[in-house]
Ligand binder design. Structure first.
Ligand code: BES
Ligand code: ZN
Length: 462
């Protein structure tokens, strides 16, 4: 039976297995779900063995385990390394989900007329990495696995991949490959397939501003003692000027400016601003002056407050002058910004903004480097050919705003080209309530991955 026939005849089971995986709430950020994260790792290992891996193991780390699996057909054949993550973002706020986040249901949406799977992790990244497991099974079952394959599926991507670096450095030989396939990004649409060639980096900070040594009566002391929330708001406001340019000295020093021609090409990607606005129900977009929306997301750095708290937020009113105020602030970075350098620049500047009436603490959570991947490598060309075959249209290269911190490390340490072979859509509500992944995207992804293996072998020999 051909690979595609095998996929067609096993569709229902392929879907049900993914639903089983989605029922495991493997939220890496919240220790409450610790057992489930380990359970998801076991599930991945078992699924690799069932699909035909010679080796599949749950490798311990200082945090959540990394699942490694492989099938070596012939050491002389090219080797594909698949990377993905089985951990998911927290599902909060639960009340905004139309159905429980860990009880997957299939519903139609305007972008997914044939149905989409609604569950936390459906697109990011369980539905996407599992396509590789199923493509592998289909190639094995039909006796047509054209390349060796290795899997490295981690459980800490959503919290910064802290232990993956050590694993990669300690296992360079084991992870040796000719290309690294990662399905954890978007494409433009089913009609406009694309391959991601740029990802932003990230620096994530937390700040604490302290006024008096305790909460105070806001009448007795208000007006005479600093209110740390007021101060924090002012400090945050001064991190950007009226053109939405970030004011941290040195912040843009290493930002690669693209040539007019490169920018023009980037802006040729299909993009409908009116549709973008209407889907988000906003009257206007907002960002750095002088750049288009595609550029603001793809090639420009940002600074955003992810959360801000302090004082009284309960029912009713309480007149209080709080002692402390906090914020979580992240910056998306572009080549060649260095996340550790940016963390330091932020810390110094943020502290310098504080009036003498408050004390400021700044700490760095995690970060990651931006990455740009080749659009001329053998891997890219194989991905292009595979998509052209299944979508009937040549994919275009795009730059995306999200981050996969480990991509830059792969480039540096493993020396093979990562291919960002994502099949999700940007409307799939990643990290938001009602995350979903198209059923059709899942199946076309499986077929395209199998096609990639064929093309990669052929092009590697050429
Ligand atoms: N799948 C995303 C990354 C992504 C999303 C890339 C959309 C391109 C388009 C990934 O799982 C993710 O969410 N990464 C985090 C990284 C962080 C926690 C270090 C992100 O981008 O916020
Ligand atoms: Zn994510």
């Amino acid at each position: 039976m051909s690979v595609n026939n095998y996929i067609q005849t096993h569709k229902e089971r392929f879907l049900n297995e993914l639903l089983d995986l989605l029922r495991i709430p493997s939220v890496s950020a919240d220790p409450k779900f610790k057992d489930d994260v380990f359970k998801a790792a076991e599930f991945v290992k078992e699924s690799l063995l069932k699909a035909g891996a010679d080796v599949a193991e749950v490798c311990e780390t200082a945090g959540y385990p990394i699942v490694y699996g492989e099938k070596i057909v012939d050491p002389n054949l090219p080797t594909v390394l698949v990377y993905g993550h089985y951990d998911v973002q927290p599902a909060d706020p639960y009340e905004l989900w139309d159905s429980p986040p860990f009880e997957p249901v299939i519903k139609k949406t305007p972008n997914h007329p044939e149905g989409a799977i609604f569950a936390r992790g459906s697109a990011d990244d369980k539905g996407q990495f599992y396509m590789h497991v199923k493509a592998f099974e289909a190639m094995m079952a039909s006796g047509d696995l054209p390349c060796n394959v290795k899997f490295m599926i981690e459980g800490e991507e959503e919290v910064g991949s802290d232990n993956l670096e050590t694993f990669v450095l300690e296992n360079k030989e084991k992870l040796k490959s000719d290309v690294i396939l990662i399905s954890d990004t978007h494409m433009i649409s089913m009609q406009d397939p694309s391959i991601t060639v740029g990802l932003r980096g990230l620096t994530y900070m937390e700040v604490e501003v302290t006024g008096a040594n305790r909460d105070l009566h806001s009448g007795t002391y208000g007006g005479a003692v600093a209110n740390p929330i007021n101060v924090l708001c002012k400090m945050i406001a001064s991190l950007r000027d009226e053109n939405e340019h970030i004011t941290i000295p040195g912040f843009y020093d290493k930002v690669q400016e693209l040539s007019a021609e490169q920018r023009e090409r980037l802006n040729e990607a299909p993009f409908d601003l009116e549709e973008y606005k209407s889907k988000l129900e906003i009257d206007e977009v907002h960002g750095e002056k002088g750049f288009t929306t595609i550029e603001r997301v793809g090639i420009r750095p940002t600074l955003d407050v992810n959360g801000i708290w302090g004082g009284y937020t309960g029912e009713g009113a309480k007149t209080v002058l709080p002692s402390k105020a906090y914020a979580k602030i992240s910056m998306r970075l572009v080549p060649d910004q260095d996340w550790k350098e940016i963390a330091k620049l932020f810390e110094d500047y943020f502290k310098s903004l504080a009036p003498a009436s408050v004390k400021v603490k700044v700490r760095s959570h995690h970060g990651g480097s931006p990455a740009v991947v080749s659009d001329t490598s053998v891997g890219y060309r194989a991905a292009e050919a595979a998509m052209e075959e299944t979508f009937g249209k040549r994919p275009i290269p795009t730059r995306e705003g999200g981050s996969i911190p480990i991509v830059a490390l792969f480039q540096k340490e493993l020396g093979s080209d990562p291919i960002l072979f994502g099949f999700g859509l940007d409307t799939d509500a990643l990290h938001s309530p009602n995350e979903h992944y198209g059923v059709q995207n899942y199946f076309i992804g499986i077929e395209t991955i199998a096609a990639f293996f064929r093309h990669f072998k052929k092009l590697s020999e050429a």
